[in-house]
Write a protein that binds this ligand. Sequence first.
Ligand SMILES: Cc1cc2nc3c(=O)[nH]c(=O)nc-3n(C[C@H](O)[C@H](O)[C@H](O)COP(=O)(O)OP(=O)(O)OC[C@H]3O[C@@H](n4cnc5c(N)ncnc54)[C@H](O)[C@@H]3O)c2cc1C
Length: 460
Amino acid sequence: MSQQERTRVAIVGAGIVGLTLAIALNAFDKERKLAIDIYENASELAEIGAGINVWPRTLAIFKQIGVEDALIPLLDHVPDLEPRIIFGIRKGDEKNGYQVYDTMNNGGALRVHRAHLQNTLIEHLPLPGSKVTEINSICGFHLGHNLIDYSHHSSSGQGPLTLHFSGGKPSRTCDILVGADGIKSTLRHLFLPRLPNPEKYLNCYEPKWKGLLAYRGLVPKEKLEAVSPGHRALTHPGLMYSGKSAYAVVYPVSNGKFINVVAIVHDNPTNSTVWPGPWRMDVTQSEFFEVYKGWDEEVLDLIRCIDKPTKWALHALDHLDVYAKGRVFLMGDAAHAMLPHLGAGAHVGMEDAYILASLITHSSTPIWPSTQHVSEIANIYNTMRIPRAVSMSNSTDEAGYLCNLENPGLEEFKVGDHIPKELLVQTARTMEKKWAWTTTYADEDRIKAISLLEGPRAVL
Ligand SMILES: Cc1cc2nc3c(=O)[nH]c(=O)nc-3n(C[C@H](O)[C@H](O)[C@H](O)COP(=O)(O)OP(=O)(O)OC[C@H]3O[C@@H](n4cnc5c(N)ncnc54)[C@H](O)[C@@H]3O)c2cc1C
């Protein structure tokens, strides 16, 4: 089938979520009826130098879309469903920190360097010549394409969509348009004003600063060994140093060659929702050090090993009550950017991709789907994805209070105060429950979404 005889799906944004969508569409496109085009603003793809948590639930998605085998050698441990430590929680904001509680689940957290994950996803795109992927869909990957607008192809407002790019790049047409263009999404800015009641969404255009800053860096293992021989992080699967209004997460990536450090501090005396500078900055080691002054030497030794830390102002979106309408879909951070306390933002976006790919490739979707048909998919996508993403986003906010020891019962304590261990254990146990989702399966949602497409009233 030529490109003209296929359903044309345009994906805007080649982050983890957009790439996952393209791979999932191809994997499920057994009837070979899709032509996928990925439009990415950047002229080349590069992920930040940092780790990311993948979970048993995420890995099950990767298995379904054919990426699992390539990913396993890149993970910090071979996946299984044995009881494993997610984070060993320690009291961190005292000179001599101490062990509080090991949060556990079955399978643990599967840690990977972001660049390795991104490369694996790129390798699995169904591009001509791919040696690792069975090619079902036609796929085009267009770097240097910055989407600036979309319009309806015909004046009826019903037909395919035309995409417009900056810099005089030729316009392109599609039947289904997916915005996976991240927290500052252009597509969200174009989509919300076209909803029937756009004034309702005025708060949802711009992400809000949540009063949190994250210091990040990768520690070379040899360097830590030299600075602090036998440091706990050299052999531990994952640590969380928790303090009042700040915490630091530490785990190995790149088969233990590096230790990923993310140190989050709550610092917003004026309760502002607008961060006044760039969202990502290079900072000095001494600034990082100053923020964690008085903390456990283990944390300070890690900071000593990060020559070029970066600082991120953490933002999140207000909850939207619509992610898709007509032929346009939002997914990942473009739809529901959330705080990182549960390590779940990318995962929830990958679930979006998994569910939407299942719906688009369903045998009932015709090659030239009418707007009405795509709208039915949009309704199911909204029904399935909004409650899930909102509940994960709320849960991640609650986890933030726990990690920062700002939860009820700990109000009276200040930075560096000794807190009775039983209160800290209680907090850590509550935190552990927040990761219960990591060992459940997105397949249940996929089956439900497909049942809705096949016969809505049978399920809801
Ligand atoms: C400190 C921190 C730690 C985190 N840890 C985890 C974790 O452990 N696990 C987890 O699941 N999540 C984690 N997250 C969240 C995760 O990083 C994000 O949810 C995820 O990367 C979002 O992916 P995305 O593909 O939706 O967006 P992005 O990665 O932002 O990708 C969007 C892409 O769209 C492109 N683009 C933007 N505008 C346009 C345009 N107009 N035209 C064309 N292309 C465009 C961009 O160039 C970019 O490539 C963490 C976040 C932070 C801040």
